[in-house]
Design a protein around this ligand. Sequence first.
Ligand code: IPM
Ligand code: MG
Length: 357
Amino acid sequence: MEFNIALLRGDGIGPEIVDSAVEVLKKTAEKFGHKFNFTPYLIGGAAIDATGKPLPEETVEGCLASDSVLLGAVGGPKWDNLPGDQRPEKALLGIRSALGLFTNLRPARLYKALKDSCPLRPDIVANGFDLMMVRELTGGIYFGERGRRQGKYGEEAYDTECYSKMEIERIAKVAFETARKRNKNVISIDKANVLESSRLWRATIHEIAKDYPDVTCTDMLVDNAAMQLVKNPAQFDVVVTSNMFGDILSDESSQITGSIGMLPSASLGSAKRGMYEPIHGSAPDIAGQNKANPIATILSASMMLRYSFDLEKEADAIDAAVDKFLELGYRTADLAGNTGVTPLTTTEVTEKILELL
Ligand code: IPM
Ligand code: MG
């Protein structure tokens, strides 16, 4: 089969980790007899430097014309003082919205080989954990009305959390469908004791839950969820939540897997095309030093094969190569910590995973 993949390398470590995942995709294509064509487009700070805009029109058109998008990361100190609507991060929100990617799947599981990198007590993770966070991605406070104005105490700023019933229904359906393919358990996270938008969220989740009698559904308040994730992560199967709560809780769930450098994500809409990216950022402090962990991006490429191209065997092969890599005791700098293991560079990790593929 032949697929066209748009590459958004972005900033910081983005280019290094995307290039690494591209190598893995090329080898996979070769091994299984497919053809992947790659076309790079500018996004984020790199796009600002080259064109003055974080999300050039050409990038949006290129992504819309592609079968899927692989993204590195955007942002960095160089662009931190730009006004909000000209920042690199704005491009990320812009492309998610332009491609209609309302679902963000963020799986977090504890690799057996990484038990020692997990910051939780061994008895807490004795049975491991394996959860799928379903984060709403094109609504809520990220896209609500915002601004500055004069208020009671002088200058003030505001952002608005707003969810339509339609937006909640469609993400709820994704969560329940996802749970059907897993352990049939959905935990919906909100702040319904305070927020009106959360009360609509909760009521809508309950309505959709009626169509999925085979799936258990419970509500959890977000503050409690933050605590439960470190107290008993194994209780979670599918988690469904809003854009901002999902942003925060997915960083937390990644940290308990050992490192944020391991977590991939898939952003999906109603089309087959998706955008795949690591959940971590551009890590400007280690950019260009060949130190970054490319595994989250490699696993994102695997999710692309699975979710957008229906290439299950191929995705399994990539996941298995990563498992093997970890089981053999190889570590990247973020995972090695102070274990005494000499960390591999980004290029060395890539080479090893290619060998194991
Ligand atoms: C993420 C990131 C982004 C987000 C930022 C960079 C805009 O933190 O993908 O989790 O908040 O969605
Ligand atoms: Mg985030």
